[in-house]
Design a binder for this molecule. Structure first.
Ligand SMILES: Nc1ncnc2c1ncn2[C@@H]1O[C@H](COP(=O)(O)OP(=O)(O)O)[C@@H](O)[C@H]1O
Ligand SMILES: O=P(O)(O)OC[C@H]1O[C@](O)(COP(=O)(O)O)[C@@H](O)[C@@H]1O
Length: 310
């Protein structure tokens, strides 16, 4: 079983519009309401592919009730930590060419007692877990070292997918795995990364700072895995519909395939490509994954440039 922790969940609304014009009126052609937040999405992808997942979710207000209600449609073991502030709503605007514009709220403010309750719920939920995934931004009231504290406290392999100061703090705590995307990795090393070679060098810096392995997602360029045994690059073709949640599906695929090494990277990239081909943050089925086989390159082409965006 894999346990996920989403300190800042959301009710995701994905709105499709013909073209996004700043200041304009848009009539949405499609609206999807789905449970969101990175750990929740990882759990959704896992159960869709026959794996067991437990999701620890702080949720309050009407929106929290809506989120917990939406989650009952999935076979996820949900550990609900009641909090006072309402769950946020994140809006993704998707255009026909799959360009996504995201509007993410800061999220529910957690009191010190609620932060303790969330941490205790995680500690009480991890018995028998093969991995714990700590993922997404931290809401107001939660210190930047929250995920770092979990890494230090849990006697289980922890994968962290977050950004900014929370990522830096988590890396220093020595997690088994971090999953930055291109922008998050650039922010972590504070410089632009234009080639695969530069991404490998940046990932090695995160390893030197404490991360066991770095799984860097690179949109249409697939992903790079850098661990103590080497560096690998894999990619898969996809006709992109919506990149929302693709990174979460990718991390789920990596862990479902064991969470280590090039075979897990190949699975991760297939899951990511399958997710990006589906609307909203819909998670892929095994058939969707099988339709997006990934190529594992014999070596990393260090000079190859990276395409920006998904
Ligand atoms: N246009 C695309 N074509 C093929 N695969 C894609 C595309 N966009 C994303 N992916 C897959 O989804 C994964 C996650 O996408 P990415 O945008 O890097 O992550 P995040 O959603 O975390 O920002 C990538 O590593 C890749 O496997
Ligand atoms: O916690 P953050 O960084 O605001 O991100 C939360 C958002 O990211 C998502 O988990 C999607 O993740 P990705 O597109 O980065 O894979 C949404 O479900 C959610 O609204």
């Amino acid at each position: 079983m894999i346990v996920t922790v989403t300190a800042n969940p959301s009710v995701d609304r994905t709105v499709e519009v013909p073209t996004l014009v700043r200041g304009g009126l848009h009539r949405a052609s499609q609206v999807r309401v789905q449970p969101g937040g990175k750990g929740i999405n990882v759990a959704r992808a896992l159960v869709r592919n026959g794996h067991k997942a437990r999701a620890v979710v702080p949720a309050g207000g009407h929106e929290g009730a809506q989120l917990i209600g939406l989650l009952t449609d999935y076979s996820i073991d949900v550990v609900h930590v009641p909090v006072a502030d309402p769950v946020r709503s994140n809006i993704s605007v998707v255009e026909p060419d799959a360009t996504v514009t995201k509007l993410n709220e800061a999220g529910a403010r957690l009191s010190p007692a609620e932060v303790r309750a969330l941490r205790d719920a995680v500690l009480d939920s991890v018995a028998g877990a093969s991995w714990v995934v700590a993922a997404g931004s931290l809401p107001p009231g939660v210190a930047a070292d929250f995920y770092a504290g979990l890494v230090r406290m849990l006697g289980v392999e922890v994968a962290v997918d977050t950004s900014g100061p929370a990522l830096r703090a988590a890396v220093a705590a020595g997690p088994a795995l971090v999953k930055p995307n291109h922008e998050e990795l650039e922010e972590a090393v504070d410089r632009p990364l234009r080639t695969l070679g530069e991404v490998v060098a940046a990932a090695r810096e995160l390893r030197a700072a404490g991360a066991g392995a770095v799984l860097a997602s690179l949109g249409r360029d697939g992903a790079l895995l850098v661990d103590g045994d080497g560096a690998w690059h894999a990619e898969a073709e996809a006709e992109a519909a919506s990149s929302v949640g693709a990174g979460d599906a990718m991390l789920a695929g990596f862990l479902a395939a064991g969470g280590h090494g090039p075979d897990a990277l190949r699975a991760a990239v297939a899951w990511g490509a399958a997710a990006v081909s589906l609307p909203g943050s819909t998670m892929p089925t095994p058939e969707d994954v099988a339709a997006h086989p990934a190529r594992l390159h014999a070596s990393v082409n260090a000079d190859r440039g990276i395409t920006r965006g998904s």
